[in-house]
Ligand binder design. Structure first.
Ligand code: HEM
Length: 428
């Protein structure tokens, strides 16, 4: 919450510095600000994301010292890092698994935002900057996956860059795609520019996170009740209360991260990426990393290439306008039984789309019979993707705006303080 500064320089050096570069004041005021006193563990994922971003930056910078962005050497460079470089066996999987963990945290952070109405007035800018971060994360993740130059790297890059060839007219689409490639195919120049951009994007993400946290300090955090802070009794200072809570959550998250890292480091990757890239041999299944699967399912759900691409990008674009689609005056879905129901179906739809994205479109969800040749026929994944894609969009429009008008919310506590005290007494 914006207000007067809590920093009171005591020593001569502090006073001298504060008059010239009030950096300590900035740090103190960033950490000691009134936060709602009822934040639950879903509010720790912002801090978890910040830690994961640092993990990615530190491991990435060291990996870049040993990596070679050349088609003849990239694959071997990853092997070299894992086998010969000091602690390379740890750093390389840490970076690869870390990317997945960061996306996991980002998705939880985003679903939390939707459920508790954190995107809504007055936090629209926090949400929009968050969405820019998400887009940058998607781009960084995609380009990072190309760097090991395995089969999934190159074929993933071929599929995704080719999406731009759907831009009409055909000549324009081809030009854009070749401009992205830096040639006439995914090759050395593509790898080189992806490496350069993959190194750049995380720093843009850092800049965006600074804006994100700055915007957060204007209204302070939302909270599980969605009710705004009214009096001091509704608040706690962020430090030490939430620094300690965040620290605990970070340790638990890092334990889960370590479990994947040490016991199943390859579980989130694809075995084909242990085969060096070969542009002449297309893998039987081309699948992106798990965190793109829902969008991949949408892309394949639509029979027309351009419409498929538009659907996929539309699924991300619609998130940008979420603050204006959720028209309910009540922020938190805790008090909105209908919105809550549709939200949980939405979460299931996203998970279902992820499942569809990992399957071949023609695979059967369930068989209804056999054709003359004896092959099973039935309800395919492409059909399931279509239904779930429709629900994905319907949730944002028209379900959310209509619910905002017609839903009768449950009674809400008078304040954050009242909600906490009722909870302590067991009335909540
Ligand atoms: C590197 C990625 C990110 C970092 C480091 C980050 C960091 C943070 C932090 C520290 C907070 C305050 C604590 C909390 O509410 O958990 C926060 C709040 C928030 N973030 Fe993020 N964030 C990231 C990505 C995103 C994304 C992708 C979105 C959504 C598109 C998003 C939307 C929000 C919203 C709406 C809030 C306000 C929450 C509230 O007060 O209820 N953030 N973020």
């Amino acid at each position: 919450m914006s207000g007067h500064s809590r920093y009171d320089p005591k020593t001569g050096i502090e006073k001298w510095l504060d008059a010239r570069l009030p950096i300590i004041r900035l740090g103190v005021d960033t950490l000691i600000f009134p936060s709602p006193r009822n934040l639950n563990y879903w509010w720790t994922f912002g801090a978890i994301l910040a830690v994961m971003l640092v993990v990615q930056l530190v491991t990435g910078i060291i990996l870049a010292m040993h990596y070679v962005p050349h088609p003849d050497h990239a694959f071997d460079a990853i092997q070299h890092i894992n086998r010969d470089v000091n602690y390379g066996w740890l750093l390389q999987p840490m970076h690869a698994v870390g990317a997945s963990m960061m996306f996991l945290a980002a998705y939880i952070h985003m679903f939390r935002g939707i459920y508790y109405g954190s995107a809504k007035n007055p936090r629209e800018m926090i949400w929009i900057v968050g969405m820019v971060i998400y887009l940058l994360m998607m781009a960084a993740g995609f380009m990072g996956y190309v760097l090991p130059w395995g089969q999934m790297s190159i074929w993933g890059a071929i599929v995704i860059t080719n999406l731009f060839s759907a831009i009409p007219p055909e000549a324009a689409g081809t030009s854009v795609t070749q401009w992205l490639w830096g040639g006439f195919a995914v090759d050395g120049p593509t790898l080189n520019r992806f490496f350069s951009l993959h190194y750049l994007l995380p720093f843009l993400i850092v800049a965006m996170v600074i804006l994100h946290v700055w915007a957060l300090h204007i209204p302070s955090n939302n909270n599980p009740t969605g009710i705004s802070i009214k009096t001091k009794a509704d608040t706690l200072d962020f430090h030490p209360y939430y620094t300690v809570k965040d620290a605990f959550a970070i340790v638990v998250f890092l334990m889960i991260f370590s479990w994947f890292l040490f016991f199943m480091p390859d579980s989130m990757g694809h075995p084909d990426n242990f085969i060096p890239a070969n542009p002449l041999s297309t893998p039987a299944y081309i699948v992106p990393e798990w965190y793109y699967l829902p969008f991949y399912a949408m892309l394949r759900a639509v029979p027309d290439k351009l419409l498929g691409v538009l659907t996929m990008f539309g699924a991300i674009a619609i998130l940008f306008v979420l603050p204006w689609l959720d028209t309910s005056k009540v922020r938190s879905m805790r008090y909105r039984p209908l919105a809550k129901l549709f939200f949980f179906i939405f979460v299931l739809a996203c998970l279902g789309l992820g499942w569809c994205g990992a399957k071949l479109p023609s695979d059967l969800v369930f068989a209804t019979g056999v054709d003359e040749a004896g092959n099973a026929v039935g309800f395919t994944f492409v059909w399931l993707s279509r239904i779930l894609t429709l629900y994905y969009f319907a949730f944002f429009f028209p379900i959310l705006p209509i619910l905002g008008w017609v839903e009768k919310p449950k009674p809400r506590p008078a304040s954050i303080e009242a909600s906490v005290l009722a909870h302590v007494k067991g009335d909540d």
